[in-house]
Design a protein around this ligand. Structure first.
Ligand SMILES: Nc1ncnc2c1ncn2[C@@H]1O[C@H](COP(=O)(O)OP(=O)(O)OP(=O)(O)O)[C@@H](O)[C@H]1O
Length: 244
């Protein structure tokens, strides 16, 4: 079967998930367009990671449909097309940055040039020969990101990728994300930080396992009459029940 190229990057219908016997996602429906950057925002514990796990196919779902690039989430055919960077950096401490990225690159037949480009894009070229256990927390996060980038996935799902990074690096990473989207990749990026929402084409605003709204940053301002996105989100939460 050929996968239709015009399928949405992500299409979710009536997704409900329970974790530890407790409902953590309630009847969530949304679509994400290809070639866009979508910010997933909401307070700690609202279900962002659970939604991302459902999209990459690592979460048992109670009901609903999750379709990614035209295929059911978690299908074998999506393995080379979807990159996922979790909140806790998962790299090999006893391998160099270069060998960590090369190891992941090898699964996707990527050679030294692509490995070097992925390392460069996260600003770690000068650390390429250092072992994982010689890096700071922020540097380890960026190696994790390079391990996902080296595969050149069509959909990149990033769980709080800028936590612990200094402002300069955050800006550089966002420039990189924007360039990836311009080249046709789709990015879903979670964050606690509302100023990062400014870089996104669309926002998914969550609270208590529910999707409060899916809209562009300017639409959020218009809807709430607030100029700061932080205040706009707070206003939206206060007026809960605003249709998504
Ligand atoms: N393994 C688990 N077992 C049971 N409940 C869990 C488990 N993991 C998460 N939860 C619960 O599911 C809910 C959603 O958690 P999730 O990690 O998706 O939130 P989040 O929005 O990503 O939070 P944060 O921003 O703090 O990372 C929370 O109430 C959390 O306590």
């Amino acid at each position: 079967m050929t996968v239709p190229d015009d399928a949405d990057a992500i299409a979710i219908r009536n997704l409900t998930v329970r974790r530890g016997g407790k409902p953590v996602l309630h009847d969530v429906s949304l679509t994400v367009q290809r070639g866009s950057i979508t910010g997933l925002l909401g307070p700690s514990g609202c279900g962002k990671t659970t939604l991302m796990r459902s999209i990459v196919g690592t979460q048992i779902v109670e009901s609903g449909d999750v379709t990614v690039l035209g295929e059911p989430a978690g299908s074998a055919r999506l393995r080379t097309r979807v990159g996922y960077v979790t909140q806790s950096p998962s790299i090999y401490s006893d391998l160099t940055v270069r060998d960590n990225v090369a190891y992941f690159g090898a699964f996707y037949r990527k050679g030294p040039a692509e490995v070097a480009a992925a390392i460069e894009s996260v600003g770690l070229s000068d650390r390429a020969g250092h072992r994982g256990d010689e890096l700071s927390g922020g540097q380890r996060t960026r190696v994790s990101l390079a391990c996902a980038l080296v595969a050149e996935p069509d959909l990149l799902v990033l769980d709080e990728p800028t936590v612990g990074l200094d402002p300069v690096l955050r800006v550089e990473l966002w420039e990189r994300f924007i360039a990836l989207a311009k080249a046709g990749a789709t990015l879903l990026v979670s964050s606690h930080v509302m100023d990062e929402a400014e870089h996104c084409d669309e926002l998914l605003l969550m609270r208590d396992g529910k999707l409060l709204a899916q809209l562009a940053p300017d639409e959020l301002r218009k809807k709430t009459g607030e100029t700061s996105l932080e205040n706009a989100f707070l206003t939206l939460i206060r007026n809960e029940g605003v249709p998504a």
